[in-house]
Design a protein around this ligand. Structure first.
Ligand SMILES: Nc1nc2c(ncn2[C@@H]2O[C@H](COP(=O)(O)OP(=O)(O)O)[C@@H](O)[C@H]2O)c(=O)[nH]1
Ligand SMILES: [Mg+2]
Length: 200
């Protein structure tokens, strides 16, 4: 069966490795999980096979960012042609580096999604100020979509790997699958099915 290669990119500390683990149905502390945390940085693309689905590979890419960041150089360095999909992860509102990278990915005729992660943190923080969850989500969505509007990309997904049944996690899973070439879909659909059961 064909391989599915999903690349997870975004700024350092955005939550890429945590998302990689979630997609694989692993906890950050599990054996073989991608290392996560403030000091854990990836300097070259690292592949993580799904434990039970050998044809699905998730790639944890080096963090983007820094003042001298050049999307073209980055794309070349990570061997962009290897991937079926890019997931651009942000823990804020999609900043300049995310946008220039998305443009470059688009130029290469590759698909990408914008994923806003760590939603649990925002919901909690806002709740302490008396803001309802629904309202917090609306605000984040609005701010993110304003920044990515010019890309005409699919809507942003608001997620946290810590609560995979909440927010847009399932929607992300399903959308990713729908956008794969037909012959590649099966692998992913089985993966997400397992995933949901594991996290449920
Ligand atoms: N509250 C919260 N923390 C998160 C979430 N995702 C990641 N983190 C934390 O953010 C830090 C950076 O995450 P990591 O996945 O290593 O980021 P990376 O540098 O982009 O790979 C770690 O301490 C994670 O535990 C999330 O959805 N919610
Ligand atoms: Mg990482």
């Amino acid at each position: 069966m064909d391989c599915v290669n999903i690349a997870v990119t975004g700024e350092t500390g955005a939550g890429k490795s945590s998302l990689v683990n979630a997609i694989r149905g692993l906890k950050d502390t599990d054996d073989g999980a991608a290392p996560t945390g403030v000091t854990q940085t990836t300097t070259k693309p690292t592949s993580y096979p799904h434990p039970t689905m050998p044809n699905v590979t998730i790639w944890d890419l080096p963090g983007t960012g820094g003042p001298g960041f050049k999307p073209k150089t980055y794309m070349k360095a990570v061997k962009f042609q290897t991937y079926d999909f890019f997931i651009i992860v942000s823990e804020t509102r999609f900043m300049d580096n995310d946008i220039v990278l998305a443009k470059e990915i688009k130029k290469k005729k590759k698909k990408f999604y914008f994923v806003r992660t760590k939603i649990d943190r925002d919901v909690q923080e806002e709740a302490q100020k008396g803001v309802k969850e629904k309202e917090t989500l609306q605000t984040i969505r609005k701010v993110c979509e304003k920044n990515i509007r010019e890309l005409k990309s699919p809507p942003v997904f608001l997620i946290t790997p810590r609560e995979q049944r909440k927010f847009d996690f399932q929607n992300l899973a399903e959308s990713l699958e729908r956008n794969l070439p037909k012959h590649k879909r099966q692998a992913l659909s089985e993966l997400w099915y397992k995933n949901t059961r594991l996290s449920g």
